[in-house]
Structures are given as C-alpha cells and as structure tokens.
Design a protein around this ligand. Structure first.
Ligand code: PEP
Ligand code: MN
Length: 348
C-alpha cells in the first residue's frame, strides 16, 4: 500500500514561536509529509484576523529547515504567488473561495506559468464539479503538472452536523474525471469541530483517498482562526495512529477467490433485478391500458400510499435503509407513470 500523504499545521501562521513549536511537535510524530499554514486568510467578515502576510513567509522557511519538511500556503491572487515564489515556498494551494472564481484561478495560473510548482486545488465552496475541473484545466494549460486535489466539503445554508458537508459523491465523480490526479481530504474544514475529525479521516481512508490535510495548532484554544477545529499535535498523532488505510486493490489469491464468487452473485442478482423491473413495467403498461379503457387517472394516491407503507415495513425487517427504499420506490413509481403515460397518449 502507498504511504498516505499527511499535511498538517495551523490554520494560520500567527507568530514565529507558534509556527516553529507546532511544526516541531508535528515533525516529531514521524507521520507528516508536509507542513501547512495560512499567511493570507480569507475571512467571512472584516475585522477578523486576516493573517500575518509576507512577514510570516520566513517563519515557514525556518520551520521547513528545522523539520526537513516542505511547506504549503494558500495563494489567492498574483501578488501572493509572486511572494510565495520569491520566498521559495514549496507547495501552494488554491482555497475554496478562489476555486469558485475563474478570473482568480486564471490570474493565479498565469502567475504560476513556468514555475514548475506543486499546486493543490480545493473544491469550490459550492457543489459545482465543473468549476473544480475548470480550475484543474486552467492550471494544466499554464504548464503546472504537479497537481493535487483537496476535498474540503461544500458550504451549506443549514450546516447541521458538518460545517461544510462532504457530499462524497462529488469528490468520487471528480476522481473518475481525473484518475491521474491524487486527491486528499481536509476533514478540518468539513467538520468545523474536533470531535468529527477522526470519523471523517476513516471515511476518506475507506474511499482510498491519497491522504489528508489537517489543521493542528500547538495551543488550539488560543488560535486566531478556526479555533474549534484545530487539534493539538498529540491529538492528531492519536487520530493518525487509529486510521485504517485500505489498499486500492490486491492480487492475494484467497481474496481473489472469494471476491470473484461474491461478484458473480452480485452480477446475477443485478441481472435478475433488471428483468424483474422490466416485467414490472410491462405490467404497468397493461394497467395503463385498463385505466385508459375505464377513463381512470394514472395516479391513484390510496394505492401508492399502501405500497409505500407496506414496502417500508418489510424493508426495515430486511435491514434496508429507509432512505434507499424511498428513493427506489420513487424511481420505480416515476418510471411506471412514464410507461402508463406512453400507453395513454398512444392513438387508438
Ligand atoms: C484553510 O485551509 O485554512 C482555508 C481557508 O480553507 P478553505 O479554503 O477550505 O475554506
Ligand atoms: Mn482554516
């Protein structure tokens, strides 16, 4: 199995002491691939701590020299890129609020042209996969070859559990579109609070992500940004110890034997389900013919309520989730109505 990429560090570089101390504690875990720290912070409201700016870049370089780890910062315009290149920062990332804006992404891509830098691209704050893909294309067109994607979740009007709900399926589709580009998960900005981070890390490992980028601060309760989601290096170390990283695939003979048998069964079941659905729709067409002859409406609420009630009861006993069965029934009902409508609209 490949070793996962683990990028860790504070949300923001606040002082030389905070940064160096955090970096050394993180490096001592022996599990970190690179350090992160924001120096220009995109804040929702004015008046909050907006980062130390250029002043912090030499602190990052010092942290890098002391720990022998590369360092990563966020860049949001061409001035940031120029300063990052001037200070020889190893890795740059485009934040979620920048990925949404093609003008910004283009400005950054132009400033990076010919630099050969490693660039990480966070998903945009809104769940628009094309914007994310568009950012990849803009950077590739600028000659940037070393790209990593960061899945950090999507903003929501009602963030009930997560600060930025993961919506894993969007990231999965993004990986299908760009299979050669590594994807890491940012559970810190998804969670918004410490206690949800370990679970999200395991979910990312289960989906065979290439690694994680996690916020860690030597004194989280004194953090000037994203206080509630920052872990101490010790807390991070425990979480990392307990993640069960799965391998992408294996050729181990016992596993192959077992998995092939199960997959045969699944393939047969899928074929049977398909045939049963086709039969069900043929029956729906006969119903359509009978309803047309009797001048009865397609939708019969009483009948549909009964089907939903009875099926939900049975499915619970079978260990199938409410959500799945409701989606399946709705899809079957919609398809059944389509078939009946086709019959109703046929010329006699
Ligand atoms: C960050 O990484 O500190 C940050 C601002 O993240 P995002 O762009 O995901 O909000
Ligand atoms: Mn942050």
């Amino acid at each position: 199995m490949k070793t996962p990429i683990i990028i860790a560090g504070p949300c923001s570089a606040e002082s030389e002491e905070q940064l160096i101390n955090t970096a050394q504690l993180l490096a001592a875990t022996g599990k970190i691939t690179a350090l992160r720290a924001g120096v220009w912070k995109p804040r929702t409201k004015p008046g909050c701590f907006e980062g130390r700016g250029e002043e912090a870049l030499p602190w990052l370089k010092k942290a890098s020299e002391l720990t022998n780890l590369p360092v990563a910062i966020e860049v949001a315009n061409s001035m940031h890129v120029e300063l990052a290149l001037k200070h020889n920062i190893d890795i740059l990332w485009i934040g979620a609020r920048s990925t949404v804006n093609p003008f910004t992404v283009q400005e950054i891509a132009d400033a990076l042209r010919g630099s050969g830098k490693k660039v990480m691209i966070k998903n945009p704050i809104n769940p628009d996969i094309n914007l994310w893909s568009g950012a990849v294309e803009r950077l590739q067109k600028s000659g940037i070859e070393d790209i990593t994607l960061i899945h950090r979740g999507f903003s929501s009007y009602t963030p009930v559990t997560y600060r930025n709900p993961p919506m894993w399926h969007i990231a999965v589709e993004m990986r299908e579109r760009h299979p050669q580009i590594p994807m890491i998960c940012d559970p810190s900005h998804m969670a918004g609070k410490k206690k949800l981070i370990a679970g999200l890390c395991q979910e990312a490992a289960d989906l065979s992500y290439d690694g994680l980028i996690i916020e860690s601060h030597n004194k989280p309760c004194e953090a000037l940004s994203d206080k509630n989601q920052q872990l101490t290096p010790e807390e991070l170390n425990i979480i990392l110890d307990n993640i069960d990283w799965r391998q992408g695939d294996t050729q181990e003979p016992n596993y192959i034997l077992k998995i092939e048998r199960y997959r045969d069964y699944i393939d047969q079941s899928d074929a049977e389900v398909l045939q049963i659905l086709a039969n069900r729709m043929k029956m729906a067409e006969r119903i359509g013919t009978a309803k047309r002859a009797a001048a009865v409406a397609i939708y019969q609420p009483g009948r549909w309520d009964k089907i939903v009630r009875e099926t939900m009861q049975k499915s619970e006993q079978l260990g199938l989730s409410d959500e799945f069965i409701r989606d399946l029934l709705n899809a079957m009902h919609a398809e059944s109505i389509r078939h009946q409508r086709k019959i109703m609209s046929e010329k006699i």
